[in-house]
Write a new protein. Sequence first.
Length: 338
Amino acid sequence: MKHFFQLIIQLLTAILLLSGCNQAPKNDRQETSDRNDTILKVFAIFPLSVEEPWTGVVHRALLDAQKRSGIRYDFAQNVGYDDFESILRRHCAGGYDLIVGDAFGSEQVVREVADDFPDTPFFFGSGMGPNGKNLSIFDNLIHEPAWLAGMAAGSITQKNRIGIVAAKSIPEVNRLNNAFISGAREMNRQVKFEITYTDEFYYPPGADSAAEQLIQQGADVIFAERKGAEIACSRHDIPVIGNMDDPQGQFRLVFVTNLRWNLTPAVGHLLGKIRRGTYTSEDYRPWSTMARGGASIDRVNGSFKGLSAEILLKIDERRNQIISGTFTVPIVESVPEL
């Protein structure tokens, strides 16, 4: 009987050992997968509507993260600067795992609030650098596709007069316009420029009026740095370069190309760090370059006069050089020299 019980014990031990062998050790990939199942609460605060192109890109990146990685995403739009701090503080105290937003009009406020909530990750569009250990910053470095779009515009113009409808003469707008102008001059040294500032970041009727004025003054190509300029271009059948736009209907007929900004790669990197517990403040602007998939240009519409197969090939070659790093588009944030 004693030998019988010993045999039973040996059999049970063998079964347990075999069971353990069939279970593979949990590797890093499995742990990452489990952490990705954690629902992160994210709140975004925007001074403008999500229909405004810059804000819309941030909003869509977070909506995409909601689908792909299961975040819970809440947001407030059209938040006046007088209410910005109170709304921001209320949500910081609401147990969110990440606070996102636009700090350009509230730089100091955002930094003060981030200092008061040091354990909460912040991710804000900003003209300043990261702050402390919890405030990361980002912005759209789409000056690279702006250069390429300028190459197309400089090739199209018949009068050598290009109009630019922009928001304000600030660094973030200037770097875009400077790159566009340089790209156009690469192809056409005779081209002249005129810039009209709307003094609004999102007011399509104002951009429409500004473009109308430039067209009346002789511009035969328009760079719509601000949405709305395409309306006047459509009325006059004038080629237009878009900026983070999604042209629809008859407007598509006058679009030569369009600059794109994609914040999804940066957001994915950010959320991964938060889930792994390795988050610290970073400058995420390099994530908005063409090499990292954060910037691009729509296919150039070769039906416009001046865009020969040879010109399109030059634009494509320059794009490949930018992506590979063999050509660098300089960041020039001073007032453009016209």
